[in-house]
Every structure is written in structure tokens, then in C-alpha cells.
Design a protein. Structure first.
Length: 224
């Protein structure tokens, strides 16, 4: 017999038995009890805990109505056992859901932490690379300015001396822009006009230095 057929028979037996419950006739109560016992037998084969709980509860009422209190008490114990089993089953399902939720949250948290670690490693690697490049550029600029001061000891064309000084300060200006760009970007919020203003201020600060060193160099150069 199929599961859905057994469930239908159980439902019919419960409805049929319930028809006789309001009466006090012994024979009708016996019919009610027989219907419930048949439903119980089918329910046991079906292993439906919910149906068994309903049947035990109806059997308690029926046996109590017939005065068969021992059977009513026995079914009361069975009803309590089934009820506790269902309660434990519900609790197990609830615990299972909580465990699944915890595992999911832990997995998400681990993935998030792993991603943060990977991003930090990447940022640190980029920072080390940038620092090395900044250091290399700074060393080159220092050497370039040292060379600018050294050319004053030699007899060079004035145009060449001016070109060397201009290139040195142009490189210094570009390096300063690269170095300050993150701070300028943050202060200006990416607005082009404000960034241009910062660049103009920086150029205005560097230009007097360029003029000063250029004049000093011209005085020290022994012209051909």
C-alpha cells in the first residue's frame, strides 16, 4: 500500500471515529475505538509520528469515555513519548539549522578574513615596490643635483648648464608631484581645479629655487 493511500485511510478512520465521539453509547464508542485502533495500526506502518500522536490523544478520550482508564493511561504514556520524540526531533532540526547557520557564517568570515589578508599582502608588496622606486628616484635626483653643482667647476656652454639645471628641477618637481599625489587627491576629492591649484602652488615654491640655483651655477661656470 502506498504512503499517500495509508495517509488517506488514517484520515478517513479519524473522521469516522470522531463522528461517534460526542455520543455516550458504548457500542458507538467501541466503533470509535476500533476505528482509532485501525488508524493506529496503519499509522505505525506508516511511521507517522504526527498521526500517531493524534491517534493516541483520541484513544485517551475514547477509553476514558468507556471507563477503560488503564488503556487510557497506557495511551497517555504513548502520547507523551511520541510528543517528546517530536519535540526532540524539532529541537534537533533547530539545532541543525543553527549549526548550519554557524558554519555558513564561519565560512563567510574565514573567506572575508582570507581576502583581507591577501589584500594586505598585496598592499604591503606594492608599498615595498613603491618605496624602492621612490628611493631609487630620490638617489638619482641627489646625484643629479650633485652633478649640477660639479659642472660649475668646468667650462661649459651656458645653454647646456641651463638645460642641466632645468632638467634637474623638472625631475624634482615631477617626483614631488608623484609623492604628494595621494594627499592632494584626498584633500581635493579628485576635483581637477583644486588639484591644478595645488600643482600651481608647488610649482610656485620650486620656481624660485630653480632661479636661485641657475644664477649660482652661471656665476661659477667658466664660460668658453
Amino acid at each position: 500500500m502506498k504512503k499517500n493511500t495509508k495517509s488517506s485511510l488514517i484520515a478517513l478512520l479519524l473522521i469516522f471515529g470522531a463522528y461517534f465521539l460526542p455520543t455516550t453509547s458504548y457500542s458507538q464508542d467501541s466503533v470509535f475505538t476500533d476505528s482509532l485502533e485501525n488508524a493506529e495500526e496503519l499509522s505505525l506502518k506508516l511511521e507517522s509520528m504526527q498521526e500517531r500522536k493524534r491517534i493516541y490523544l483520541d484513544l485517551i478520550d475514547s477509553y476514558s469515555a468507556e471507563g477503560q482508564y488503564e488503556k487510557a493511561y497506557a495511551n497517555q504514556l504513548l502520547y507523551s513519548a511520541v510528543k517528546d520524540s517530536l519535540f526532540d526531533e524539532d529541537k534537533s532540526k533547530e539545532i541543525g539549522k543553527l549549526e548550519a547557520k554557524y558554519e555558513m557564517e564561519r565560512t563567510i568570515e574565514e573567506e572575508k578574513r582570507k581576502k583581507e589578508i591577501e589584500e594586505k599582502i598585496q598592499r604591503d608588496a606594492e608599498s615595498r615596490r613603491n618605496n624602492l622606486q621612490y628611493s631609487g628616484i630620490l638617489i638619482f635626483i641627489v646625484l643629479l643635483f650633485t652633478g649640477v653643482f660639479m659642472v660649475g667647476r668646468f667650462s661649459l656652454p651656458i645653454r647646456l648648464a641651463e638645460g642641466v639645471v632645468f632638467f634637474a628641477f623638472l625631475l624634482f618637481f615631477e617626483f614631488t608631484l608623484v609623492l604628494l599625489d595621494p594627499y592632494i587627491e584626498e584633500l581635493s576629492s579628485g576635483a581637477p581645479a583644486i588639484k591644478l591649484g595645488f600643482n600651481a602652488v608647488l610649482a610656485g615654491l620650486i620656481f624660485p629655487l630653480h632661479s636661485f640655483f641657475e644664477e649660482r651655477l652661471k656665476k661659477n661656470i667658466r664660460l668658453k
